[in-house]
Write a protein that binds this ligand. Structure first.
Ligand code: SAM
Length: 278
C-alpha cells in the first residue's frame, strides 16, 4: 500500500535497516504516518519555520513535519543505525532535511537553525525533562524557539501543566509556566508505539511568552522550588530553612504563611519570594 509521501511504510524501513528498538536509547517508535502528521499539525502552522526534532529514529515524525510544510527540519539522532533511513527522507525532500548525528545534550543546535523555530519531538524518555529544562533556561528570553511540541510520558506531561494544590504540581510546572503557556494537546495509549511502553504518553504544547510571567532570577527560582518541593509535605519555614534565619520574615513579607506547604503556593508568590531572596 502506498504512503502519503511515496516513501516506504515505516515497518518496511525498520525491517530494511534492522532498527530493532534499543531500550537504553528510549526507542518507542511511531509507525502510523497519519498519527505523526496529526502530531506535526498540533505544532500549528509550520510553513516558513525551521523545526528542530530530537530523536527522529526511523523518521515517522520527521516525515509528518516535512509533509505538513516545515521550511526545514533539523533532526538530531544519536543512533547511527537510523542515519541511512533518514538520508532516504532527505533525498525525497531536497534541501529541507538536515540530519545531525550525535547527542542532543551535547551539540550546539542553535547554530543550525534560523528563526522562526519550532521544536517538535517524540523525546527519548531518559533525557526528555533534562532537554525541557535546558530549553526553558537560556540566558536571555525570549528564546530562539517560539513553541515546543513534545511527547512525554503522560505523568511527566501532567507535571508540566499542573496547577497548585494538585498532586502533580511542583518544580517542573513552575519553571515551565513561568515562561510559557503549557497545555496537553493529545494523549496516546501504549499501543500507539512499537514497541509499546508500559505507560500512556501525552503531547504537551508550550508556547513561549514574550517575557516571563513575573520578574525574578531563573537560578533563584530553580533553587527555591527545588528546596520547597524536595520536602513537599513540610511547612515552607522548615523546607527553606537552609536559606537562613530570616526566611520566616521573608515568607511573611511576600504574603506566604510560613506554615504553608509548597504545593499551596502559586507561581506569582514563588517569584516574589525569589526576588526577596535575590
Ligand atoms: N521520532 C521517532 C518516532 O517518533 O518514532 C523516534 C522516537 S524514540 C521515542 C526516541 C529517539 O531518540 C530514538 O530514535 C533514539 O535513538 C533517540 N535518542 C535517544 N537519546 C538521544 C540523544 N541524547 N540525542 C539524540 N537522540 C537521542
Amino acid at each position: 500500500m502506498g504512503t502519503i509521501d511515496g516513501l516506504p511504510p515505516l515497518r518496511e524501513v525498520i525491517r530494511a535497516h534492522e532498527l530493532v528498538a534499543k531500550k537504553q536509547l528510549g526507542q518507542n517508535f511511531l509507525l502510523d504516518l497519519n498519527l505523526t502528521a496529526k502530531i506535526a499539525r498540533s505544532a500549528g502552522d509550520l510553513t516558513g519555520c525551521d523545526v528542530l526534532e530530537v530523536g527522529p529514529g526511523p523518521g515517522g515524525l520527521t516525515r509528518g513535519l516535512l509533509a505538513e510544510g516545515a521550511r526545514r527540519v533539523v533532526a538530531v539522532e544519536k543512533d547511527a543505525r537510523a542515519l541511512p533511513a533518514l538520508e532516504e527522507i532527505a533525498a525525497a525532500y531536497p534541501g529541507r532535511l538536515e540530519v545531525l548525528h550525535g547527542d542532543a545534550l551535547e551539540l550546539d543546535l542553535a547554530a543550525h537553525l534560523a528563526p522562526p523555530v519550532k521544536i517538535v519531538a517524540n523525546l527519548p524518555y531518559n533525557v526528555g525533562t533534562e532537554l525541557l529544562i535546558r530549553w526553558l533556561s537560556p540566558p536571555a528570553w525570549p528564546p530562539i524557539w517560539s513553541s515546543l511540541t513534545l511527547m512525554f510520558q503522560k505523568e511527566v506531561a501532567e507535571r508540566i501543566v499542573a496547577r497548585p494544590r494538585t498532586g502533580h504540581y511542583g518544580r517542573l510546572a513552575l519553571l515551565a509556566q513561568w515562561r510559557c503557556d503549557a497545555r496537553i494537546v493529545m494523549t496516546l495509549p501504549p499501543e500507539a508505539f512499537t514497541p509499546a511502553p508500559k505507560v500512556h504518553s501525552a503531547v504537551v504544547q508550550l508556547t513561549a511568552l514574550p517575557a516571563p510571567r513575573f520578574p525574578c532570577d531563573f537560578a533563584v527560582l530553580q533553587r527555591i522550588t527545588a528546596m520547597a518541593f524536595n520536602q513537599r509535605r513540610k511547612m515552607l519555614r522548615s523546607s527553606l530553612k537552609a536559606l537562613g534565619p530570616g526566611i520566616e520574615a521573608k515568607l511573611e513579607a511576600v504574603g506566604i504563611p510560613p506554615t504553608a506547604r509548597a504545593e499551596e503556593i502559586g507561581l506569582e508568590a514563588f517569584c516574589a519570594l525569589a526576588r526577596c531572596i535575590g
